[in-house]
Design a protein around this ligand. Structure first.
Ligand code: ARG
Length: 564
């Protein structure tokens, strides 16, 4: 039981059945300023229930509260402020962490419910863009965070592996392609074929017709078209897999757009049965006037289906297959309208579960203030970026710690971690400036800073050999000097919960930065390794900090090297 829950239960005992435990727990706040205590309870809601002034209620409650977990309870206006007993609270949290290790901070409110996370979802034969990187990193962290809260995450890579562009690509490959070149450098080669197609089509419009007819053949199951398509897809996936491997990301499903080819007739049929499909300029659409949205295009005049049709089929499939309690789509904010339309159409179809679907948008990745584009041949190859980051991390290690074992492994953990952390430390809606120098700094709010703090704490524990059994019984600390660090440790689960309910990994990133800073300050002020009566307790605290930093990093998708 955490302190919030303990306080809720104390209040519940005093108030009787007027409010549920859950409600009370939700009302308990954390004061912004620690001078106002560690927990606060506003009495406004009770005032309404009891028809008494909130200030009076606060006064009355204050007199009745007696618990060893608080050293002081004060009244400020309508608020009760609670000051935790530093010694009991610190010892409890350190003891909990020693016992639970990585499981510390785990929550159960997810009740095993399935959460589908549509994430990464790059397009076949096109470069893996910065947007796909952001989706991968945010989606992966959300999966870890919801899992920590008791949900069952399902990571789905909704590959862009279908659409008219494949007809164009097949046309271009037939005309100018070279199998060996594609094998050697699939995405680069396929992309340049695609670009060439568009250049040539400007002076030779019949190419567009050829492209359309190849796509038609593909949709009709033509063997030659399918074989080429499958080959492009396999080669592209090989390249994407290298990036996923670098980033340590795995998927539960690679059901992309093509997976829904045989599942779209049903969607169209359902829409017809529900009288939602209307003809507009020879195409079939669902009108969304009441929702004040433009109509959602379901079928083109030539009968071809669209991105939205496939997403409708995917939503139905996921609901039936996984019975999700939440369905997330981690996709850039440029697609906000698409997801509004998608959810609106499903709601019009009478599916209540459409309420469980959330678009999780995010901002752009900028370079020198401008969008990092993958179009017009100006390709930023993500794999190169990651490898460059690893090389720079390697260079830093060589300078700072030339004798380190496993330099390559650590360089990868730090280099990739730096890119991920930089992405996740800000609210996801913010645009972020891509700067490797900035990401890799050892000071400031960076991944390497947190990793370095972790490694430093590990090294303290290594130096204190023989004292690694941290027994609660030997604590002598008053825990005054430790309070900033221990009170943060107490907060871990709240940070995880906030990250989960707001779909916002930055809550965890900010939390571990705060913890790392507080720990470094503490380490500068207190000589932990000098013999003292408090040493046992302090080492236990250092151990607790390493566990929480490591777990916080893990929730963001970063590894924590013991030495760096
Ligand atoms: N492949 C799409 C793109 O790169 C993203 C797909 C997002 N997921 C979805 N279910 N629509 O823009």
């Amino acid at each position: 039981m955490n302190f919030k829950q303990e306080l809720a239960s104390i209040l519940h005992d005093l108030l009787g059945q007027e409010m549920t435990l859950k409600d009370l727990e939700l009302m308990i706040e954390k004061p912004k300023n620690q001078e106002h205590g560690d927990l606060a309870f506003p009495c406004f809601t009770l005032a309404k229930l009891k028809r008494k002034s909130p200030n009076l209620i606060a006064e009355e409650l204050c007199k009745k509260i007696q618990s060893p977990i608080f050293e002081k309870v004060t009244v400020v206006g309508a608020y009760l402020n609670f000051f935790l007993n530093k010694k009991t609270a610190s010892e409890k949290v350190v003891r909990d962490i020693l016992a639970q290790k990585g499981k510390y901070g785990e929550l159960t409110f997810g009740n095993g419910g399935a959460v589908t996370i549509d994430m990464s979802s790059p397009n076949i034969a096109k470069p893996f863009s910065m947007g796909h990187l952001r989706s991968t990193v945010i989606g992966n962290s959300l999966a870890l965070i919801v899992e920590k809260c008791g949900y069952k995450p399902l990571k789905i890579n909704h590959l862009g592996d279908w659409g008219t562009q494949f007809g164009k690509l097949i046309t271009a490959y037939q005309l100018w392609g070279d199998a060996d070149k594609v094998k050697a450098n699939p995405i680069k080669e396929l992309l340049s074929l695609y670009i060439k197609f568009h250049e040539e089509a400007e002076s030779n419009p019949s190419l567009e017709d050829q492209g359309r007819s190849w796509f038609k053949k593909l949709e009709d199951g033509d063997a030659q078209a399918l074989e080429l398509w499958k080959w492009f897809r396999d080669e592209s996936l090989k390249e994407f897999s290298r990036i996923y491997e670098l980033m340590n990301v795995e998927f539960d499903s690679y059901a992309g757009e093509a997976f829904y080819n045989d599942k779209m007739d049903r969607v169209v049929q359902l829409l017809e049965e529900k009288h939602l499909l209307v003809e507009s300029e020879q195409a079939q659409v669902v009108e969304l006037n009441e929702e004040q949205l433009p109509p959602c295009l379901i079928k083109k005049s030539d009968g071809a289906t669209l991105y939205a049709t496939r997403d409708l089929a995917a939503a139905l499939y996921r609901q039936e297959e996984y019975q999700f309690v939440q369905s997330l789509y981690v996709v850039g904010h440029e697609q906000s309208l698409h997801f509004k339309q998608l959810i609106a159409v499903l709601s019009k179809m009478g599916y209540d579960w459409s309420k469980l679907m959330h678009h999780i948008p995010f901002g752009m990745m900028l370079k020198d203030g401008k969008k990092m584009s993958t179009r017009k041949g100006k390709v930023v190859l993500l794999e190169e970026v990651l490898n460059e980051s690893i090389a720079m991390a390697r260079h830093n290690i060589e300078e700072k710690n030339p004798n380190l074992a496993n330099k390559d492994k650590v360089a990868k953990q730090v280099g990739v971690g730096a890119v991920i952390f930089h992405d996740l430390k800000n609210n996801r809606m913010n645009d972020i400036e891509f700067s490797l120098e900035e990401m890799l700094r050892f000071e400031g709010e960076t991944g390497p800073y947190v990793q370095y703090t972790y490694a430093r704490a590990c090294s303290i524990l290594r130096k204190a050999t023989g004292k690694t059994e941290y027994k609660a019984a030997t604590y002598t600390n008053s825990w005054e000097k430790e309070w900033k660090v221990t009170s943060l440790l107490i907060e871990f689960a709240s940070a995880v919960q906030r990250a989960c309910t707001n779909f916002d990994p930055s809550q965890v990133a900010k939390y571990i930065i705060d913890l790392a800073q507080a720990f470094n300050k503490y380490y500068a002020e207190v000589k932990i390794l000098e013999d003292s009566a408090e040493q046992q307790g302090r080492l236990a605290l250092v151990f607790a900090v390493t566990e929480v930093l490591k777990e916080g990093l893990r929730l963001l998708g970063l590894e924590a090297p013991d030495e760096m």
